[in-house]
Design a protein around this ligand. Structure first.
Ligand SMILES: [Fe+2]
Length: 301
């Protein structure tokens, strides 16, 4: 990380792009650009604190910077929830206008901040009307992947539940979800970080995915922690938050060739981590996973 140059703009130190990995945007592996927990807030919003400072005051600049870094490098963009801080129409409009401006296909799922009340299940979907480029994936074929999201609902008791149909596995099912499916609570709590909570049906979803006869990839946010986990046929990549350190975006590449199935993740920190910050990071910036026929083998870079 010491060799990475930084660019200062308006008093903010943004990380400079590193050289591309050599993978083309068109042809070859599918390149997905992921962002989670952007927490785009109202102008002038005061920062909050989770494990570290949540930069609500910079949230708009961070999203703009994240998209400008990812856009030339990917085939599609994925936003894994907590797009907004308070689910106001203006916050949604800012996020969705920024996504529209990329002119890329964009797939989004709501997080708890985007769905703050039991009646808000369809809030994000409502804001997508008339925006053809941006959608919540139902069963969306994209190259070797089949993107899916399930249906997130908030219970009257303030908990969250995701109902998921089994996709026909003609392609690699990729579940976009704000909440994790494999259990990361012990790993995160053991390191002294706060745990943001699970779906009420997390264990049930894990069982459902592990019963699928094919490999599956889960991409999630919510925990504000860069992490990964493997359980049988399920590979789960937890994305670091944008608004809080590590200020990650990630390139997820899916290469399905006759040689086999390989998933790689390369993270890029958009904002320099402030001194004294201990980012919630359990996985390295670069990693790759190969499906062996039964499970995923990790080659951590
Ligand atoms: Fe969040």
């Amino acid at each position: 990380m010491k060799s990475i140059p930084w660019r200062t703009q308006g008093g903010i130190s943004f990380r400079q792009p590193t050289k591309g990995s050599g993978m083309g945007v068109h042809g070859g592996p599918l390149r997905l650009g992921t962002i989670t927990d952007s927490h785009v807030a109202g102008i002038g919003a005061a920062d909050t604190y989770f494990n570290n400072r949540v930069h609500l005051g910079l949230s708009r600049a961070l999203l703009t910077e994240a998209l400008s870094w990812l856009t030339p490098r990917v085939d599609a963009l994925l936003l894994l929830g907590d797009l907004t801080q308070s689910a106001t129409p203006e916050e949604f409009r800012f996020v969705l206008d920024e996504l529209d401006a990329t002119e890329l296909p964009c797939f989004v799922v709501p997080g708890n901040h985007d769905c703050p009340a039991p009646t808000d299940d369809g809030l994000l979907a409502g804001h997508l009307k008339g925006r053809e480029r941006i959608r919540i994936p139902g069963k969306e074929p994209l190259g070797p992947a089949l993107l899916t999201a399930g249906h997130l609902t908030r219970t009257a008791g303030g908990e969250y539940h995701n109902r998921l149909e089994n996709p026909a596995p003609a392609r690699l099912p990729v579940l976009l979800t704000h909440f994790p499916v494999l259990d990361l609570r012990p790993a995160i709590k053991d390191r002294g970080w706060q745990y943001a909570g699970d779906l009420t049906n997390r264990a049930e979803l894990e069982k459902q995915l592990r019963a699928w006869p094919e490999p599956v990839l889960v991409l999630h946010g919510h925990l504000h922690t860069r992490a990964h986990a493997v359980a049988g046929n399920v590979l789960q990549l937890g994305m670091g938050a944008l608004a809080e350190a590590p200020h990650d975006v990630a390139l997820v590449s899916i290469d399905a060739s006759p040689r086999g199935l390989r998933v790689t993740r390369e993270c890029h920190q958009v904002l320099e981590v402030a001194p004294g910050t201990r980012p919630a990071v359990l996985s390295p910036e670069s990693s790759s996973f190969t499906f062996t026929g039964r499970t995923w083998l990790s080659e951590v870079g």
